[in-house]
Design a protein around this ligand. Structure first.
Ligand SMILES: [Zn+2]
Length: 197
C-alpha cells in the first residue's frame, strides 16, 4: 500500500517501545510533511547518539567520550558510591540533589530465572573501585531482582571491606516499581532516609 521507502520508515519506527503500527504510520507521515531541515536533524541526532555516546569507562553511565560528566566533575565526592541498575536510573537520583558522590552502573539486576548471574553484572569493576570509599548506597530498584542484587552486593562488600558503610534507600518507594518512574520528592526522601544493610 505504502511506497517502499515510506513503508521502511514505518517499520523502523514501529520497533520503538510503545509505538504501534498506527502511531508509526502517523509519525512517518509527519516526517514526510516536515521541512527537510527538521527531518534531517532527526536523522542526524539518531546517528550522533549512536556514534558519540558510549559507556563511561569508570562508572558505565552514558558518556560522550571515555568518561561521563559526573566522573569528570571534581566537585563530586570521591568517598561515596551509588550503585544503580541502568544508566537511566542516574537521572532521577540527580534530580533529587540529595547525592553528591559518584555512581556505579551494574548493567542489570540478578535474576537466575532469566540467566542473569553475578558475573553478568559489573561487580568486579565495582569491587575494584572501593579504595577510599566510606559509603556505598545500593539504589537498585525496589523489585525482587533489585532487592536480591542489593543483598548480594551488601554481603560481598561486608566480606571484602567491612569498614565501608553499605546503605539501602529507605522505604516509600513504590514496591515493584522502577526508580526511573519515582517522583523526585519520594526518591529524595528515600535517599535522605537510607538505612544500613
Ligand atoms: Zn562515569
Amino acid at each position: 500500500m505504502l511506497a517502499p521507502p515510506l513503508q521502511r520508515l514505518v517499520t523502523e519506527l514501529s520497533k520503538l517501545p510503545g509505538i504501534g503500527n498506527r502511531t508509526a504510520q502517523r509519525l512517518a507521515f509527519h516526517v514526510l510533511r516536515q521541512t527537510d531541515a527538521d527531518a534531517y536533524a532527526l536523522a542526524q541526532a539518531i546517528q550522533d547518539v549512536k556514534e558519540k555516546i558510549s559507556l563511561c569507562e569508570i562508572c558505565f553511565n552514558w558518556a560522550e567520550g571515555p568518561r561521563c560528566a559526573i566522573c569528570l566533575d571534581e566537585r563530586r565526592e570521591r568517598s561515596t558510591l551509588c550503585v544503580v541498575e541502568e544508566p537511566q536510573d542516574v537521572i532521577p537520583i540527580e534530580r533529587t540533589h540529595e547525592f553528591r558522590g559518584r555512581y556505579h552502573v551494574l548493567g542489570g539486576a540478578l535474576s537466575p530465572i532469566d540467566g542473569v548471574e553475578p558475573e553478568d553484572l559489573r561487580l568486579a569493576q565495582l569491587y575494584r573501585r572501593l579504595d577510599g570509599i566510606t559509603e556505598v548506597v545500593l539504589a537498585t530498584n525496589p523489585t525482587t531482582t533489585g532487592e536480591a542484587t542489593a543483598l548480594h552486593i551488601a554481603g560481598a562488600l561486608h566480606e571484602r571491606a567491612p569498614e565501608i558503610a553499605v546503605t539501602r534507600l529507605a522505604s516509600g518507594l513504590p514496591v515493584g516499581g522502577d526508580l526511573e518512574y519515582a517522583d523526585e520528592v519520594t526518591l529524595g526522601r528515600a535517599f535522605s532516609g537510607r538505612r544500613a544493610l
